[in-house]
Design a protein around this ligand. Structure first.
Ligand SMILES: Nc1ncnc2c1ncn2[C@@H]1O[C@H](COP(=O)(O)OP(=O)(O)OP(=O)(O)O)[C@@H](O)[C@H]1O
Length: 276
């Protein structure tokens, strides 16, 4: 057995022990001294899909950036299984939390396969070669996002939606306890959106996700947290949170909230002719 396989067992043990709960406590985020998020409390329980919704600039990405450690909180804490995420060693953090961020790296000259294989880096010693487990996971991740057979393509030659899917495959290949996804349905056509939501449900991982599509959020998320001007203004199940009053107050739109005739999920019918 390789060291890598041993570590995998450790990850599985941690997951079984409930290691994937995220608690965000009194979070404040600032850029150059300007507060954009303040007093945010939210929980993503083990295996739960927690959605962040809110208008442009309400602070969704800023909250998520503190979870995948791109930003340091100005105040407050992000806890993973009760421990401050800032205190984790970088390798451990990368094995536990995978992100699909808004900010994209400069991986352009790599092939799709190389990009997705980067998801395995946190499990490898320096210069260690990928093993069968790595190759399997990379192949399964590519298949999951519908990109099997596209391994040899240059990342730079992909369309926006294909890039998004390759980066998602990288996050899946990382085999994390917690997935942090900032607008993952951006650029995806409707079928790939539906497939992605199905994939996320099937994963059963603790997931923090920001979404602009409120109907997708209503269908996918166990709990929704509505941000407005850097604060959480409502939290609860989609049914509890997505009311016509809230949509008017927070988003400034007229909408009727009904029930989806096919799925029974809350369904928001927007009035696309008039805003408030
Ligand atoms: N790198 C940055 N430097 C300075 N200000 C920033 C930076 N990133 C975000 N902001 C500001 O922080 C606030 C919150 O932005 P954030 O991107 O977190 O919101 P969001 O809810 O994700 O928005 P959107 O729906 O438009 O993606 C906004 O006022 C934004 O202008």
């Amino acid at each position: 057995m390789t060291g890598n396989a041993g570590r995998k067992t450790g990850d599985e043990e941690r997951r079984a022990a409930g290691a994937a709960r995220i608690d965000i406590e009194n979070l404040q985020v600032a850029y150059a001294g300007r507060n954009v998020v303040a007093g945010v409390h939210l929980v993503a329980a083990e295996g739960e899909i927690a959605g962040l919704v809110g208008p442009n600039g309400s602070g969704k990405s800023s909250v998520l950036r503190t979870v995948y450690r791109y930003l340091r909180p100005a105040a407050g804490r992000v806890l993973l299984a009760g421990a401050d995420i800032r205190a984790l060693a970088p390798g451990r953090a990368a094995r536990q939390v995978a992100a699909l961020p808004q900010e994209r790296g400069s991986d352009f000259e790599l092939t799709v396969r190389e990009v997705v294989t980067m998801g395995r880096t946190p499990y490898k010693r320096a210069f260690a070669r990928e093993d069968r487990h790595d190759r399997d996971l990379v192949a399964r991740s590519l298949a999951a996002v519908g990109m099997a057979g596209q391994e040899a393509r240059r990342f730079s030659a992909l369309s926006g939606g294909e890039r998004q899917r390759a980066l998602l495959a990288r996050a899946f290949a990382q085999d994390p306890d917690v997935l942090v996804l900032d607008e993952p349905t951006n650029h995806l056509d409707v079928r790939h959106q539906v497939e992605l939501l199905g994939l996320l449900r099937a994963q059963g991982r603790t997931t923090l996700i920001s979404l602009h599509d409120l109907n997708a959020a209503a269908s996918l998320c166990d709990r929704l947290h509505v941000l407005n001007a850097g604060r959480v203004v409502a939290s609860g199940t989609p049914r509890e949170v997505l009311t016509a009053e809230l949509l008017a107050e927070v988003f400034g739109v007229r909408a009727a909230v009904t029930e989806h005739p096919l799925t029974g999920d809350p369904l928001i019918a927007f009035d696309h002719r008039h805003s408030l």
